[in-house]
Every structure is written in structure tokens, then in C-alpha cells.
Design a protein around this ligand. Structure first.
Ligand code: PMV
Length: 284
């Protein structure tokens, strides 16, 4: 086993009903629904080593590297494994490109470490549901990346949900690293006066969105997702201290999309994560 190498890859995901606000262990305040971005992936490779070593090819901050290695420790603890690893993590996209790279990287690390440890301990590889729960402890949104194309996350773990297939397009506006990390955003939103009622609003939208997607009522889907991303960004802008991610180009592009819908009574579903970039989901 000394020279064994394990590799696993996992996709990123974009939430249409957002995970914002959490309890200990990354238990979300509300359920969320995401579309899996199969093209945007992280590949993690693990090799047994005398010490833990992380190859920082993505130029991640020290804090991000520590968080990543802490998650490897957590996975080892879950299984009672003592092996050390040489860890390589590579994205096929830029980590500050407005795609949640923490979701794909933590999901890939969880998949790869579970595979490696199961082999080393001669036990069955955990189920996707179990790995989703393990991954959630490292990075909440990563638990949704285990299911495709749609993932529904409620409390401890995510699950697949069957809904129409869409085509994802990213409108790249800004590739700068986020001014406020999502971990900090989860804490700060609790200071907003709008946080009261947030859970009920998100849960109500989730039920309405699933219904609208099942009915292929695209205009309604667009309206619900529009309200939802503005709700999350309004929480950011009314926190204490307040913060925000949009640029003037973000607003301009949103106006263009609104115009498209007004003109043709049709268009893409739109959402924005904790960043300035816009995600479009086109129906077929
Ligand atoms: O998983 P975290 O802690 O990086 O939080 C992600 C939160 C958002 O991306 C802003 C929303 C979401 O549901 O993915």
C-alpha cells in the first residue's frame, strides 16, 4: 500500500435557494437547492507519506490550506486512521472565478480520502449520503456536490432530486478574491434586521421553486430565484458592518436580462453567489 495513489474528482454547484446562516457543524438554518456544475471540477490526489504535505498549485491562502488539511484530519478521525498523506488539489477553473471552488475541493477531498482510508482499513467505501455528511463538516455547500444535476440539502445531508435539466452559463464580471469570505458572511448576516423571517422566506421559496420547476413554469422560476438572490445580498448589505459583492457591471447585466424577459416573455433563470458574477440557467 506504501506507493498507492488515490484520485477523485468532484464538481462545484450553484445554489438557487441559498444556504446563508448556519449552526454548529455547518447545519444550515434553512434547506437549500442547487444545480451541479459538472464542468467545473476539482481533482484531489492522495499519496501515503511520512508527513502531511499540501501541494499549493492553486495559490490558496494559508487559512484556506489550513481549513482543507483540518478536514483531512476530521475524515481520518471519523475512521480512526493514522496515515499521513501527500495532498494535491487542482481545479480545472480559476479558484476566484466566481464559482464556489470550496464546494468542489472539499467534496473531492472527502471522496478521495474516504476511498483511500476504506482501502487502507479494508472496509466498504461509505455511501454518497454518508460522504455528503462528512463533507458538510468541512464546507457546508460541498455536501450538495455529491448529487447531480439537482441537489437538495436539508439539515445533515443532501440528496438528489429529479427536476428538469438546464444549461449553465457563467457571466464572468470579476475574478478578484472575495472581500468577505462566505464563513464570515454566515456570521454577519445574523446582525441584519432582515435575518428575522429569513428562514421562513427561504423555505417558502424552496417549495414554490420545486413546484415551478416541476411545472416548467420558467417565468415563475425566474421570479423566485431573482427574489432569492436579492434576499441574500440584501442581508449582506444590511449587516453590521455591511458588505457587498456587486459591481456596476453586475447591475448593468441584470438590467439586460430583465429587458430580455420583458421583450420575449422568456429567458434564463438568474442567480448570484457571494460574488459579482452572474450564473444563468437556460431551459431547453
Ligand atoms: O459552504 P460555504 O460556507 O462556503 O457557504 C456558501 C454560501 C453561498 O455560496 C453564498 C450560498 C450557497 O448556498 O452556496
Amino acid at each position: 500500500m506504501k506507493n498507492s495513489i488515490w484520485t477523485a474528482s468532484a464538481p462545484s454547484n450553484i445554489a438557487l435557494i441559498k444556504y446563508m446562516g448556519k449552526l454548529d457543524g455547518n447545519i444550515p438554518c434553512n434547506a437549500s437547492l442547487s444545480y451541479t456544475l459538472d464542468k467545473y471540477r476539482t481533482v484531489v490526489t492522495l499519496k501515503i507519506s511520512d508527513n502531511d504535505n499540501f501541494v499549493n498549485s492553486e495559490n490558496l491562502s494559508d487559512e484556506s490550506v489550513q481549513k482543507f488539511m483540518k478536514h483531512l484530519d476530521y475524515i481520518r478521525q471519523v475512521f480512526g486512521c493514522k496515515e499521513k498523506f501527500y495532498v494535491i488539489s487542482e481545479n480545472n477553473f480559476q479558484h476566484s472565478a466566481g464559482i464556489a471552488s470550496s464546494a468542489s475541493s472539499f467534496a473531492a477531498l472527502t471522496l478521495c480520502a474516504c476511498k483511500a482510508i476504506s482501502d487502507l482499513l479494508h472496509i466498504d467505501t461509505p455511501s454518497l449520503k454518508e460522504m455528503s455528511e462528512i463533507s458538510r463538516v468541512g464546507s457546508g455547500s460541498s455536501c450538495r456536490s455529491f448529487f447531480s444535476p439537482w441537489s437538495l440539502w436539508q439539515a445533515e445531508s443532501a440528496e438528489a432530486i429529479e427536476l428538469p435539466i438546464l444549461k449553465h452559463e457563467l457571466v464572468l464580471i470579476d475574478t478578484k478574491v472575495k472581500p468577505v469570505s462566505s464563513s464570515r458572511a454566515h456570521e454577519l448576516v445574523r446582525t441584519s434586521y432582515l435575518f428575522e423571517g429569513r428562514i421562513a422566506r427561504a423555505e417558502k421559496r424552496l417549495a414554490s421553486l420545486i413546484f415551478a420547476l416541476q411545472k416548467k413554469d420558467w417565468q415563475r422560476c425566474y421570479q423566485i430565484c431573482w427574489e432569492e438572490f436579492w434576499d441574500m445580498h440584501a442581508l449582506f448589505e444590511t449587516s453590521n458592518p455591511h458588505f457587498g459583492y456587486f459591481s456596476s457591471q453586475t447591475l448593468q447585466k441584470l438590467r439586460d436580462i430583465e429587458h430580455l424577459w420583458k421583450r420575449y416573455n422568456d429567458g434564463p433563470i438568474v442567480t448570484i453567489d457571494a460574488g459579482a458574477n452572474i450564473h444563468l440557467l437556460w431551459h431547453q
